[in-house]
Design a binder for this molecule. Structure first.
Ligand code: AMP
Length: 215
C-alpha cells in the first residue's frame, strides 16, 4: 500500500505547527515536527542534546546526517505505517533527496505562503502550553480561560528561546538560502499545493480541507 507523506512547507511562523496538529487529528496520521523532536532532545542532558542546543539556540540548521537519521527512524516505525505529516523537514535539498529515496510513498507538498513581516509578528507573540504543547499567540489567540490551557488546564506556559528577534532574522536568512531553492524543486517532485497562510486560522483550515478533499 502507498504511504502518504504530507509535507508542510513555509516560513517559521506560517502556521505549519498549528495546522499540522489539526491535519493529524483529521487524517489519523502522526504529526512529525522535527523542531518538537529536537526540543525534546534538548530537554535531556546528554552530549547530543548539548550539540543540538548549540545549533538551535543560534538559529542554525542541525546536521543533515542527524536529521535524516531521525526522520528515517520515524518513517520506518509502525506509527507511520500509513504515512505521516512532516513539519519542519525537509529544509534543504539534501533532506529533500532523503525523503525522495523512499519507495511506495505518495508525496504531497503543501506550501504555507506568508509575508515575512507577518511571520515575524506571529513568532514574537507565540507561546505554548509547557505540558501538552498547545500553541497560542499573545496577539491573536489567547487561552479561553486566560491563565489556563484550553486543552489540559495547565498553568505552565512557555516561550521558545529561539523566538527572539535576532535569532529569527538568522532563521529567515537560512530559510531564503537553503529552503526556498528546495521548495522550487518540490514543485517538480510531487503534488504541490499552495495555501494563503495570511488568512485566519479557520480560513486556512478551509483551504486545507479543499486540498485534502480534492486530492
Ligand atoms: P522549528 O520548530 O521547525 O522552527 O525548528 C526549530 C529549530 O530546530 C530550527 O531553527 C533548527 O535549528 C532546528 N531544526 C528543525 N528542523 C530541522 C531540520 N529539518 N533540519 C535542520 N535543523 C532543523
Amino acid at each position: 500500500m502507498l504511504k502518504t507523506l504530507l509535507v508542510l512547507l513555509g516560513l517559521p511562523g506560517s502556521g505549519k505547527g498549528t495546522q499540522g496538529k489539526f491535519l493529524s487529528d483529521k487524517l489519523s496520521l502522526p504529526h512529525i515536527s522535527t523542531g518538537d523532536i529536537l526540543r525534546k532532545i534538548m530537554s535531556s542532558d546528554s552530549d547530543i542534546s548539548r550539540e543540538v542546543k548549540e545549533y538551535v539556540s543560534n538559529g542554525m540548521l542541525v546536521s543533515d546526517e542527524l536529521m535524516n537519521r531521525l526522520v528515517d527512524n520515524y518513517l520506518g516505525s509502525d506509527d507511520c505505517a500509513n504515512g505521516c505529516i512532516l513539519d519542519g523537514y525537509p529544509r534543504n535539498i539534501d533532506q529533500l533527496n532523503n525523503i525522495l529515496k523512499n519507495q511506495n510513498v505518495e508525496i504531497k507538498f503543501i506550501f504555507f505562503d506568508l509575508n515575512q513581516d507577518i511571520a515575524l509578528k506571529r513568532i514574537l507573540g507565540r507561546f505554548q502550553c509547557g505540558d501538552c504543547g498547545k500553541l497560542y499567540n499573545k496577539y491573536y489567540s489567547f487561552p479561553i480561560n486566560s491563565g489556563r490551557c484550553d486543552n489540559c488546564e495547565s498553568e505552565n506556559f512557555v516561550f521558545r528561546s529561539d523566538d527572539s528577534e535576532n535569532i529569527i532574522k538568522q532563521r529567515f536568512d537560512l530559510y531564503k538560502k537553503e529552503t526556498l531553492p528546495m521548495i522550487d524543486l518540490c514543485r517538480e517532485k510531487g503534488q504541490f499545493f499552495l495555501v494563503d497562510a495570511g488568512k485566519s486560522e479557520k480560513e486556512v483550515v478551509e483551504q486545507l480541507d479543499k486540498v485534502i478533499e480534492k486530492n
